[in-house]
Design a protein around this ligand. Sequence first.
Ligand SMILES: [Zn+2]
Length: 325
Amino acid sequence: MEKGALDCSLHPVDMHAHLPWWARDPGRAGGILVDAWREACIEAGLVIAVEPSIRLFRSNVDERRVYNALGEYMDLVALSRIPMLTNLVYKTRDALEEHVDFLREHTRTTEEVLEAARLHPEIIPVASYNPDLGVDGNISRLRRVLDKIIGVKIFPTLHFIRPNHGSLSKLYRELEGRGKIVIVHTGCDPGVWELPSLCSHARPSLVEDAARRHRDLVFVVAHLGSYSALTPGIFFHEAVKALSRDNVYADTSAVDPYFVRLAVEESGWDKILFGSDYPYVTGTKPADWVREISLLDIPGKAKEAILRGNAARLLRSLGPPAPRL
Ligand SMILES: [Zn+2]
């Protein structure tokens, strides 16, 4: 394969993508995503709904909490040149309102993802946990759509909840043994969630704990515990440790390829899943991420496993709507 060219013989599977937020119509947003996948020779992929809670954000984050969270990171944040972060230092109140607008703009409901999947068969829907519904409300909604979704995603950052919190156990029990997966955002997240004390719920060790207590449910540690603009690789070693559990996988979405190679060296490649996090990493497309994996200094069979083989094997072990790949 010449450098930079894509090897289309593999037909990768994207295990972590979202609907573009700028196209409000789910069908159109799904079309944009599927076009980006085609350019990367991606055959199918998981599309994850994003349901934050503005009520929870307002009750958890105020100027005082931001000031305390900035602490020793004040200089790093001020110099970061990331507008959403520097505004936290210089215009805190405005920055918090900016966060509310951001959360509103980026919300893509489970129902919208289901609608996109109805129109685009390449899309395999993943529901979002919704803190405003409470655990019982989430369970009743999941029951209604269970045969249409492959699983549910928890965002410990946006949802202000630990993935091993007792209240989530009830939801995990509902999914356990039914061929579903739970994807958990790990590492930091843009905005206030870049501050380590505000992303401490998103630790892979907490996912590992939940996976230990729910052995018949597959957990995916999204972003290999590594996403962080201020301290890249922040929880990487916890992610590698969590992978030692049979029912824990990890995805490569928004992860610096350096950490993907390190994960292969430290934990093997059997449970590492390719993810593009499209369209959330500014300036990148799924084809760029496929290319990054193809160019890694790891064995060819590891690349095949990460880009397709592991996802195909995992999806085959799950119930509908997992396609037979
Ligand atoms: Zn994502």
